[in-house]
Design a protein. Structure first.
Length: 461
């Protein structure tokens, strides 16, 4: 999926089997047992062709392809017997409950559009009665196997069109987002002219279909890419240099001053590669690319010494909007932390101009200096700093409930790897084309002055 946002989605349709609940695994086990009973093999090729079909169509295909000595009705009875036993262990698939609850809370109308029959639907969802029935998450359900309005099963669009037409008022197809796990389900959604998110079995060749987006799991879905409200957050973590204060400028100046003694300078390409990296990681890149006659220790010692001098005498300031946002989140009770690649040695020089603003406990629950914290094995761009920073909250939130503010590609990669939502505020002098971060980041803005907390379910200014 490209970084460009699509037309805003107003309604959502979910397939059931293999998308919301893990019944496809049950079917695989059951069908394999039936096949082995008659000395046959239920292969992946056959399974992939069955996925998304109505129950009768699927079983008819199995009987035909495996040449079973059974009628379709006899095979259905046998499979139902085994399935009723296997279904007791079925679970909701990762991300399903969280996504559905979020859309419901945001007043997004939803429905289920499945090839199942009424009888099968009751059996499949019995374990999750609160989710599928009592919660009222779904406005309606269309069970294609015995719904008189559905004349043709998937890959025809009928089931999705019927489900769409039962909303009141009826939306336009391009405003309805379909979630599917099967290839023929995607074909049905496309035939209905609806955007679709495909969460396939990893064995599918996803290049053969034109799904709007392909995900490994519903946990990876970003609602904001489709004009839907982003997931609510409960905690915020800020990068420090270049995000909260302009110390990144002084570090760049310090590095250039050291380089000038060797007739070198920090060019645009190297800046882009090293922004956001700890000196221990950026140093080797700079030393190698500029052929400096220094060891890493000599380089970092000189840079840190020069940096301290500049931070002591320079005009260190908040980045635009930073102070206002932090104070607002403090007043409204949102827990915050700082996750910086700084060390215990350099951080005090960065904050000395700000009085007690950055004292732990005033605004921030904790401040992680990942540069030399023994609990952080690998610094940004790895997930380690953010994962450890999250664990320091009491109690620790789920990473998806954490909103990270970053200014560098390495920080963005670190936060995304940790599973967080990310607001990217790229430095224009290093990354003039901010569109490169659209699609990866949850949100890209030019300044924290532009940030609207309500987008993420946070208290408004």
């Amino acid at each position: 999926m490209s970084g460009k946002q699509l037309a805003a989605i107003t309604h959502v349709l979910f397939d059931l089997d293999g998308l919301l609940i893990d019944t496809e695994t049950c079917y695989s086990v059951v069908n394999d047992n039936v096949a082995k009973k008659y000395g046959k093999e239920f292969t992946w090729d056959l399974k992939s062709r069955c996925m998304g079909l109505s129950p009768r169509e699927s079983i008819g295909l199995i009987v035909k392809e495996l040449d079973l000595p059974l009628t379709i009705d006899e095979c259905m009875d046998l499979i139902d017997h085994y399935f009723n036993i296997a279904i007791k262990d079925v679970e909701l698939l990762p991300g399903a409950e969280r996504l559905v609850k979020h859309l419901y809370d945001m007043n997004i109308p939803m429905a289920i559009a499945t090839g199942s029959s009424s009888k099968q639907y009751v059996i499949k969802t019995a374990k999750f009665e609160d989710f599928f029935i009592k919660s009222n998450y779904f406005r309606h359900k269309v069970l294609a196997a015995d719904d008189p309005d559905v004349k043709r099963g998937k890959p025809f669009p009928d089931v999705f069109l019927v489900a769409m037409n039962r909303f009141d008022p009826i939306p336009q197809p391009h405003n309805v987002l379909v979630f599917e796990d099967s290839e023929i389900g995607i074909r049905a959604a496309l035939a209905a002219n609806m955007p679709c998110v495909w969460v396939p079995d990893p064995r599918f060749d996803v290049s053969q279909q034109n799904a709007t987006q392909v995900l490994k799991s519903l946990e990876d879905f970003k609602p904001e890419l489709f004009g839907l409200p982003a997931f609510k957050v409960s905690h915020c973590i800020f990068d420090f240099d270049g995000t909260l204060v302009n110390s990144e400028t002084f570090l760049t100046q310090a590095i250039n001053e050291v380089l000038q003694t060797y007739g070198k300078h920090l060019d645009f390409g190297i800046k882009c590669k090293t922004t956001g990296l700890h000196l221990g990681l950026s140093g080797p890149i700079i030393i190698e690319e500029l052929c400096l006659p220094l060891t890493l220790q000599e380089y970092t010692d000189r840079v840190i010494k020069t940096f301290k001098q500049k931070m002591t005498t320079g005009c260190v300031e908040f980045m635009p909007g930073a102070q206002r946002l932090v104070q607002h989140l403090t007043r409204t009770g949102v827990q915050m932390a700082i996750c910086s690649a700084s060390t215990q040695i350099t951080f005090p020089y960065k904050v000395k101009h700000f009085g007690d603003f950055f004292d732990e406990g005033k605004h921030f629950h904790h401040i992680l200096k990942a540069g030399d914290d023994p609990n952080v094995v690998r610094n940004k761009p790895y997930a380690d700093p953010y994962l450890y920073c999250i664990s320091m909250f009491d109690p620790p939130p789920h990473p998806k409930q954490v909103l990270v503010f970053e200014d560098s590609p390495t920080g963005l990669e670190s936060a995304l790897s940790a599973g967080c939502q990310v607001v990217m505020i790229p430095d224009k002098s290093k990354f003039p084309d901010k569109t490169r971060f659209v699609g990866e980041s949850t949100l890209v803005i030019d300044s924290l002055d532009e940030f609207d907390p309500q987008i993420f379910g946070l208290p408004k200014f």
